[in-house]
Design a binder for this molecule. Structure first.
Ligand code: TTP
Ligand code: MG
Length: 368
């Protein structure tokens, strides 16, 4: 009887606790974003292989390409001349950052209608924390994608999951124009067979290292102890211990609460020379500036930094206050960072740190 009474009183409390901790994150990723915009704006390109990037004669690199071009093996970040070898009919359009930025603003406005907790990752990707929404989150993601399509004629894919990492993995699952929900009760099963290279920070090169150790899936990785992972990968190993279990506790951080803004790229093939690294900076810089314009943080920039992850998984960040927001500043920091280790580079990122105070004149003083 006593037990019944206790359960009767405790149950609602337990239920509300459960609803409180239930996290639902949607990761939204536009499909072949820049290329899709070019095809939309040039209808004669529909159905043809299209890429966006630098021309062949200027040693250009592609930013992205549509799914028709991907069938030929064309990929983001591929030198244009190489892409044309894979697909001689490839149409390469010049980049129009301003247009992509405008579309990105439209999309973000749509997302903000569904949750104040929107964290844009780049022009075409964002996390939304929709934990406070009642109802079916997969249906919600569907509605968001439809609304984006109605407003932009561009398709998006979505992942719905209890945390950021899983939501991001899920949004890639049924691309283009698809979605996948990973429910909390299915996380353990989903992780068991997931290839390790799907985890954040693991590229082809690291997957190779794992393969040498006989580890291909997250299930296999789960058998390694924390100590073992720390020995192999340093601090990153401790992150991996949680990530391979589908455990990611990072919060969705809206733009206004950001202390810094950065982008980064993990390369399929490690960069082995200074020239190769330098060649990646202008695109990353353009992207960072576009992101800054979107978030409106240009006048709060206090310092700039370059992040490097080397082939042995160690990371280094070179940060300096007061440098102008120019490609040259980042190139200088890059050179400094590369001197710290004589190793190939698997990830590069550029970023800015914001000052905590509002810039002068940004807020109006109330006099009464
Ligand atoms: P992604 O979301 O990585 O790629 P995507 O939207 O083109 O294709 P997907 O359908 O696989 O999501 O990147 C978004 C945009 O960022 C992309 O359209 C172009 C730009 N970009 C670069 O400028 N350089 C790069 O190396 C990559 C990967 C993307
Ligand atoms: Mg995309």
């Amino acid at each position: 009887m006593l037990l019944c009474l206790a359960t009767f009183h405790l149950l609602p409390a337990l239920c509300s606790l459960f609803t409180f901790v239930r996290r639902v994150i949607i990761h939204l990723d536009m499909d072949c974003f820049y290329a899709a915009i070019e095809v939309r704006d040039n209808p004669e390109l529909a159905g043809k292989p299209v890429a966006v990037g630098g021309a062949r004669d200027r040693r250009g690199v592609l930013t992205t390409c549509n799914y028709e071009a991907r069938k030929f093996g064309v990929r983001s970040a591929m030198p244009t001349f190489k892409a044309l070898q894979h697909c001689p009919d490839l149409i390469v359009m010049p980049t129009r950052f301003e247009v992509y930025r405008r579309e990105s603003v439209k999309i973000r406005e749509i997302l903000l209608r569904f949750s104040p907790l929107v964290e844009p990752l780049s022009l075409d990707e964002a996390f939304l924390d929709v934990s406070r929404h009642d109802g079916d989150p997969a249906a919600l993601a569907q509605i968001i994608r439809q609304l984006i399509y109605q407003n932009t004629q561009l398709t998006a894919s979505a992942g719905i999951a209890p945390n950021k990492m899983l939501a991001k993995i899920a949004s890639d699952w049924n691309k283009p124009n698809g979605q996948l929900e990973i429910k909390p009760e299915n996380v353990a099963e989903f992780m068991r067979e997931l290839p390790v290279q799907k985890l954040w920070g693991i590229g082809a090169k690291s997957a190779e290292k794992f393969a040498q150790l006989g580890i291909r899936t997250c299930g296999e990785l789960q058998r390694c102890s924390r100590i073992q992972l720390y020995e192999w990968f340093g601090k990153f190993g401790l992150e991996l211990y949680l990530l391979c279990r589908g455990d990611d506790r990072r919060e969705v951080t809206p733009d206004r609460e950001r202390k810094s803004l950065s982008n980064e790229r993990t390369f399929t093939i490690d960069l082995t020379s200074l020239a190769q690294c330098e060649a990646r900076i202008p695109d990353l810089f353009e992207e960072l500036i576009a992101d800054l314009k979107r978030t409106g943080g240009q006048d709060r920039v206090k310092a700039v930094f370059v992040k490097i992850r080397f082939a042995d998984f160690t990371r280094t960040t070179v940060e300096r206050a007061g440098l102008p927001l120019e490609v040259e500043s980042f190139l200088g920091l890059l050179r400094e960072g590369l001197q710290r280790k004589d190793l190939a580079v698997r990830l590069l990122g550029l970023g800015v740190r914001f000052s905590e105070e509002e810039p002068a004149g940004a807020t109006q003083l109330e006099l009464w």
